[in-house]
Design a protein around this ligand. Structure first.
Ligand code: C5P
Length: 317
């Protein structure tokens, strides 16, 4: 092949390989209401997307396949059970396209960590395949497909900071002119041993006992006001998570991790989602860097990560 031929071949290859990134999330608030007949709790949450992200590359293939490149500890299904593969089939169903694609998922978001890493992979797969197949679905149409895949998948498509209701899949944007005051700086204390989301919800129901059906999810007014004002202390004061007690009951060491973060200067400390990741809000980049070093040295978790938010939702690389 001539040099020119090579060049054309490389261009064609590049044109049929599509990569998308999608963010991890933290829940700035998570108020869990009653368990409904569909097996899900009604909840109200403020989602916040982080710069920490996974990537999905999609290539044409004769049959669907998936390869996992893990940059984190743990195991994820590498077949049709993987949420990214389920996203492929769901998009194929919705558009009439054949699900013939080869996915490569690069995982940087810790697994079963309360950071919605699986949801990020599904959202990235939707965006990558929508582009590869030229199926032309809008973000809203992709979100309809995403809803059938998991409660957090629509948010991974949109990113930013959003109010989630229903199962967490009904989204409304949150006014955050506070981002003009700079991004929020986060330190994440990660455990290499994940927690099962359904098990944490079950533990919450057990802890609530007979009151389980009566707790209503509450609107996070203080958080919405603090975000609108760009008031970091207000955001810190309004951070709450109804699942934290349940996660800590299953993993008592989390209390020590949260306490250590506060002692080393975090403005706020919270378990995110169903855990076991503990997230710490810091006033500045410098205090976050110092906190990350101190937490690593203290040995209260498997690994420490840094991120800022809000970050973009799933998007083409
Ligand atoms: O929607 P997703 O598949 O991520 O949910 C995983 C599990 O978490 C559900 O099967 C359910 O046990 C629990 N869950 C819940 N209420 C929600 C979201 C999740 O009970 N709103």
């Amino acid at each position: 092949m001539t040099g020119f031929g090579w060049h054309r071949c490389a261009l064609r290859l590049r044109a049929v390989t599509v990569t998308a990134h999608a963010p991890a999330k933290v829940n700035l608030t998570l108020s869990v209401g009653p368990l409904e007949a569909d097996g899900y709790h009604r909840l109200t949450t403020v989602y916040h997307a982080l710069t920490l992200h996974d990537s999905v590359t999609a290539m044409p293939a004769v049959r669907p396949s998936i390869e996992m490149k893990l940059e984190v500890a743990g195991l994820v299904p590498d077949g049709d059970d993987n949420l990214a593969m389920r996203a492929v089939y769901a998009l194929a169903d919705a558009t009439g396209h054949k699900p013939h694609v080869s996915l490569t998922v690069t995982k940087r978001i810790p697994i079963a960590a309360g950071l919605a890493g699986g949801s990020a992979d599904a959202a990235a797969a939707l965006v990558a395949c929508n582009e590869l197949w030229q199926t032309g679905l809008s973000t809203e149409e992709l979100a309809d497909v995403a809803r059938g895949l998991g409660s957090d998948v629509p948010f991974a498509l949109y990113g930013g900071t959003m109010l989630g209701t229903g199962r967490g899949d009904q989204l409304a944007p949150v006014l955050t002119p506070g981002t003009a005051a700079g991004s929020l700086h986060w330190v994440l204390a990660v455990s290499d041993e994940g927690l099962s989301t359904p098990a944490v919800y079950r533990r919450l129901d057990e802890l609530r006992g007979t009151d389980a059906g009566r707790a209503e999810a509450e609107l996070p007014r203080d958080m919405l006001l603090a975000l609108r004002a760009g008031d970091i202390d207000g955001i810190a004061a309004a951070m709450t998570n109804d699942l934290q007690e349940a996660a800590a009951a299953m993993r008592p060491g989390l209390r020590r991790t949260l306490q250590a973060g506060l002692e080393y200067g975090a403005t706020a400390a919270l378990v995110t989602g169903s855990g076991p990741t503990c997230v710490f809000l810091s006033e500045t980049k410098e205090t976050a860097d110092n906190l990350a070093v101190a937490l690593s040295a203290e040995g209260v978790c498997s690994r420490v990560l840094r991120a800022t938010g809000p970050a973009r939702g799933a998007h083409l690389a």
